[in-house]
Design a protein around this ligand. Structure first.
Ligand code: NCD
Length: 307
């Protein structure tokens, strides 16, 4: 059974197909309005979410399917001590496809191994978040026209930010990608991503704490939230939480064609006034995420012989 746990579970050709499929959905949504008729998506979110969960749900409804959701983890059997494996074996009997978010790294893999329907990882702890990357890739494709020769500044919590880990991995497959890793010393990109992805693929990157000084070289600035829930100490979070705030002033230092991305939710790291800047693309990412999830649901249901 094909599940999507990591963005590397999809080949570059498949990503191209998903982008083409999302573009087709955007072009003619009516054509897709009945594609998933009588199919059910199960959403299991053991961690808070607004966009990812609602976007999966909206995606399934717009494909003519149904959604059933586990209520909050605190009021489901997880609170009684049920394992992820048992929950998934159970839910597999009710639905055709599952989207799951869990605070533990690796939980999505455990789920996929125990499921009899496709599982989509909607975020596993500080590890990865492949469908946010699908949203990011469609945004880059639409705004930049290509994935090649892009210099991407990743700024904020690069240690715990799972969307950063997945985006790094995905973009490392395209020619001419360069990264500028902008973070406090304490929140640098983990070495398993640096060694296992960037160095392995010879992707040029620099590490810095300086956002202002980096802006002029960037095609894309990908801002992230400091991931409070993954910190061991609240004091440490409070010390680091306002490390970077992108303001209109700082945007004056950025190239005219640079785009600003953010997986959202935003806390403090982008001033609300930047939203008016035509380079701000984070709310476009939200919409693009829905279309890519629609494309992914169709693909996985077809492969599973359920469509
Ligand atoms: C991200 C996540 O959950 O990792 N949110 C999202 O799904 N768009 C980013 C974050 O929470 O900071």
């Amino acid at each position: 059974m094909r599940s999507i746990i990591d963005v590397m579970d999809l080949s570059v050709e498949e990503l191209d197909e998903l982008i083409a499929s999302a573009e087709d959905i955007i072009e003619d949504p009516d054509k897709y309005a009945e594609v998933c008729r009588r199919k059910k998506l199960g959403t299991l979110f053991f961690e808070p979410s607004t966009r990812t969960r609602m976007s999966f749900e909206a995606a399934m409804y717009e494909l003519g399917g149904h959604v059933i959701s586990m209520s909050e983890a605190g009021s489901s059997s997880a609170a009684k001590g049920e394992s992820v494996a048992d929950t998934i074996k159970t839910v597999s009997n009710y639905v055709d496809i599952i989207a799951m978010r869990h605070p533990k790294e690796g939980a999505a893999l455990v789920a996929a191994r125990n499921a009899s329907v496709p599982v989509i990882n909607a975020g596993d702890g500080g590890h990865c978040h492949p469908t946010q990357t699908l949203a990011d890739l469609l945004t880059i494709h639409r705004e930049k026209g290509s994935f090649e020769n892009l210099t991407i500044g990743l700024c904020g919590d690069l240690k715990f930010g799972r969307t950063v880990h997945s985006l790094c991995t995905a973009m490392s497959r395209y020619a001419g990608t360069k990264f500028v890793l902008i973070s406090p010393e304490e929140l640098k990109l983990p070495s398993y991503v640096k060694k296992g992805v960037l160095r392995k693929k010879d992707i040029p990157y620099t590490q810095t704490t300086d956002l202002e000084g980096s802006l002029k070289d960037l095609d894309i600035l990908y801002m992230t939230r400091i991931q409070r829930e993954r910190f061991f100490s609240e004091e440490e979070y409070l010390r680091l939480k306002d490390s970077y705030i992108l303001t209109e002033e700082k945007m004056k230092l950025a190239p005219e064609k640079m785009i600003v991305m953010h997986p959202l939710p935003r806390v403090n790291e982008i001033s609300v006034s930047v939203d008016e800047d035509p380079r701000a693309c984070y709310f476009k990412q939200v919409l693009n995420g829905k279309y890519m999830r629609m494309a992914l649901i169709i693909k996985l249901l077809k492969e599973a012989g359920r469509l």
